[in-house]
Design a protein around this ligand. Structure first.
Ligand code: UD1
Ligand code: MG
Length: 427
């Protein structure tokens, strides 16, 4: 089995935020969450070590709450990437397998790429494999320096590079695969004689060469996968890239997205064939949307939503934590939260499920059974059940359960004062 080490101790100054960098989110998942999930999804790794430092407690809490196969290891002070990885040495003294090293701020890395990378490492019978990439603008990355026969010589950081080295376009992506027992002794031998006075992880390349290890680079296919987040600008850019990736996959799988430029869908959402997503729709979190649904324009799904087949969620409809069965429509201006809705239900324009009591802070459930019809501008005050086939008249406030096939209405009676206006105007 493989173990991963995820570097997440850095400060993230350019985020200008009270939140630790790796806990920033894209849709509803943290940057660190994307990286740990990518490692776990390879199916090759059984344990993850997250190196924490800056705002360690918050990152520790996140890891503990969300991942039972991840541990945090404190690095304090932070003396460089080599120093960061050395923090796991006491834990892996006798571990006889591969360690992959990644950064906690590269959320676009995929499990497929990591799998290919580990497989390449094994096929090459490599002891140290570094992931490299070819960038038109390699500024700020460590450069991959190769010998004349193409073999890997070293990695040189931008700040330590000569003009000639700076011209190299093959860069260090910051992901490594190491045969741990062969490399573990390197960490006590790293030096800080470089421009930044840090212990560079990249120095293990030269160490490996000196110690007769097999040292190789594996070139990354899609450069966007190592896009690192350093600022809110990067965060927005990564969200765009992830969204494009997600929408491209949906369209390939038979889902119609009318305007990918104004559509935002969390990759954790599943969508069935022939569903149409209309422009300006925002779908966040884990949702399951069936086949042949119509969503939007201007719809907002907030997570925990299951829509069965042939459901219509129209403009200005917000849905959160709800199960809606087939052939049900909520076409306009509605909020549905904490609800279970049957099939063939019609939810009129302006319907609100009032699920939250701000005094007790309790959220309650609304149940609407098959074939029920909810008139426009109604408020269903949860907990409440509208039984099968019942009708709710427009503008009603429903505070009690409505039994099967009944009509419920709370509207004040209509009064008509004939000629009232003309009398006022003296006509
Ligand atoms: C590093 C690589 C560089 C590579 C680039 C890819 C080194 C010396 N350089 O440079 O070759 O092209 O990544 O993005 O490794 N961190 C810690 N503890 C520390 C220092 C850093 O946990 O003491 C973490 C940071 O939070 C970050 C990661 O390690 O997640 C990388 O550190 P960073 O300072 O960004 O390294 P770069 O200068 O970008
Ligand atoms: Mg960096």
């Amino acid at each position: 089995m493989v173990k991963s080490v995820i570097l997440a101790a850095g400060k993230g100054t350019r985020m200008k935020s009270e939140t630790p960098k790796v806990l920033h989110e894209i849709y509803s998942k943290t940057l660190l969450g994307y990286v740990i999930d990518a490692v776990n999804d390879t199916g090759l790794a059984d344990e993850n070590y997250v190196i924490v430092g800056h705002q360690a407690e918050r990152v520790e809490e996140f890891v503990k709450e969300n991942y039972n196969n991840a541990k945090t290891v404190l690095q304090s002070p932070q003396l460089g990437t080599g120093h960061a990885v050395s923090m796991v040495c006491p834990y892996l003294e006798n571990f006889d397998g591969e360690v992959i090293i990644l950064c906690g701020d590269t959320p676009l890395i995929t499990s497929d790429t990591l799998k290919t990378f580990i497989e390449a490492h094994r096929e090459m019978k490599s002891d140290i494999t570094v992931m490299s990439a070819v960038f038109d603008n390699p500024t700020n990355y460590g450069r991959i320096i190769r010998n004349s026969d193409g073999s890997l010589n070293s990695i040189v950081e931008e700040k330590d590079a000569t003009q000639e080295q700076k011209a190299v376009k093959e860069i260090n992506a910051g992901i490594y695969c190491l045969n741990w027992q062969k490399i573990k002794n390197a960490f006590s031998q790293l030096k800080t004689n470089n421009a930044q006075g840090e212990y560079y992880l990249t120095d293990i390349i030269e160490w490996g060469n000196k110690n007769g290890l097999s040292v190789n680079a594996h070139i990354l296919e899609r450069n966007e996968e190592i896009y690192g987040i350093n600022s809110k600008l990067n965060l927005a850019e990564a969200t765009k890239m992830l969204t494009k990736r997600t929408l491209d996959k949906f369209m390939t799988d038979g889902i119609t997205i009318i305007d990918p430029d104004s559509t935002w869908i969390d990759p954790q959402t599943e969508i069935g064939k022939d569903t149409i997503i209309y422009p300006s729709t925002y779908i966040e979190g884990v949702n399951k949307i069936g086949a042949n649904c119509k969503i939007g324009p201007f719809a907002h799904l907030r997570g925990g939503v299951t829509l069965e087949d042939d459901v219509k969620i129209g403009n200005y409809v917000e849905v959160k934590k709800a199960h809606i069965k087939s052939h049900t429509n909520a076409c306009h201006l509605t909020y549905i939260g904490d609800s279970e809705i049957g099939s063939n239900v019609n939810i009129g324009a302006g319907t609100i499920t009032a699920n939250y009591d701000p005094l007790s802070k309790v959220k309650s459930k609304t149940i609407i059974e098959d074939n029920a019809k909810i008139g426009s501008n109604s408020v269903l005050v949860a907990p409440v059940t509208i039984e099968e086939g019942a009708n709710v008249g427009a503008l009603s406030v429903i505070t009690k359960n409505i039994s099967k096939w009944s009509l419920a209405i709370t509207r004040a009676p209509l009064k008509i004062f004939e000629g009232w206006v003309s009398k006022k105007l003296g006509k």
